[in-house]
Design a protein around this ligand. Sequence first.
Ligand SMILES: Cc1ncc(COP(=O)(O)O)c(C=O)c1O
Length: 398
Amino acid sequence: MSDALMGVYNRAPLEVERGEGVWLHARDGQVYLDCVSGIATNALGHCHPKLVAALRDQAERLWHVSNIFRIPGQEALAEKLVHASFADVVFFANSGTEAIECAIKTARKYHAARGAPERIDVIGFAGSFHGRTYAAVNAAGNPAYIDGFGPRLPGFVQLSLDDAAGLAAAIAAPTTAAVLVEPVQGEGGARALPVEWLQALSAMAKAAGVLVIHDEVQCGMGRTGRLFAHQWAPGAEPDIMAIAKAMGGGFPMGACLASREAAAGMVVGAHGTTFGGNPLAMAVGNAAFDVLADPATLTHAREMGDRFAAGLNKLVAAYRDIAVDVRGKGLLIGVKLLVNNRTMMATAREHGLLVAGGGDNCIRLLPPLTITAREVDTALDRLAMAFATSRSRMAQAA
Ligand SMILES: Cc1ncc(COP(=O)(O)O)c(C=O)c1O
């Protein structure tokens, strides 16, 4: 591997040359079933014909003009997102962490605009991940991503998800601006928060005048089998929401959605970006949205999620020495292992299956939402082979 790259990644020794649907073709001729999907991003598989056509068509006409000008693709996609959600307005960014940055700024500016600039605290939860900007790592509070980068930013409070009393006190505090939560934690290990928890949070925050921000960067845009994960919890609509990943199907983009009230402070000049929402991104974003928001896509994702869950539960029951739990929602799936998850990712690769890692010693399966029933079964067969290999290696080592 070239030492001209900054050494911040632990990369698998795999060079992918071509992708088609759920399949990745490596340079050495190996073909892999991709249950990583660029970390929950290629939600329509690799090189979906509608996305390829939209990108090609736009690439020949106009790439970039900046937000100094009107961008019809932004207006069209914003209308679609608003129509499909609680939100009234949208800001387009380039990534998930930028969408989070906008969400945090929107929440603080809301209070400042209402004459309460002291309300700056953003309450976050252990096990969450919100990206790598300085605000995002401080919001998530994971020391591994903060230490060594200087002082922690003020205005961020961390709680554990089961600390009900702590949450009630934090929401009641006069300096609290917002609560930031992933309805289904992704990197933390595919942990779906209970519907009642999300509903109670919304009610508590509303009563206290505190905003709720949902980070749906990983769990949103169809991954759980609904367009947005919080739609499983009626009444738990946030005031602000960050999305990214699947919304571009592999093309970099993100968005911050907000109710008109929550966005009241985001007036001209309050925020901005050079690239966010450029014509090239919006061409792909619009094409991706039309497929992802199609009820047939969401129903299919739910069915494939159920099929995976049934198969994985059987597998875990047969391999109690290897795995202990199946969790997540829809096609954001986690399997908590007893053996090392990084080793299992490599073993799965030996059997032609790509899976992601996750917190709490999980492997995550994040296949394209377009995966077929047959491909789900192939993934399950390959994971079973990986578990069997892991078991026999443990026996040999003993
Ligand atoms: C829940 C969540 N929020 C934010 C991010 C950051 O997104 P990005 O890597 O596009 O900046 C991620 C990325 O994995 C994520 O899973």
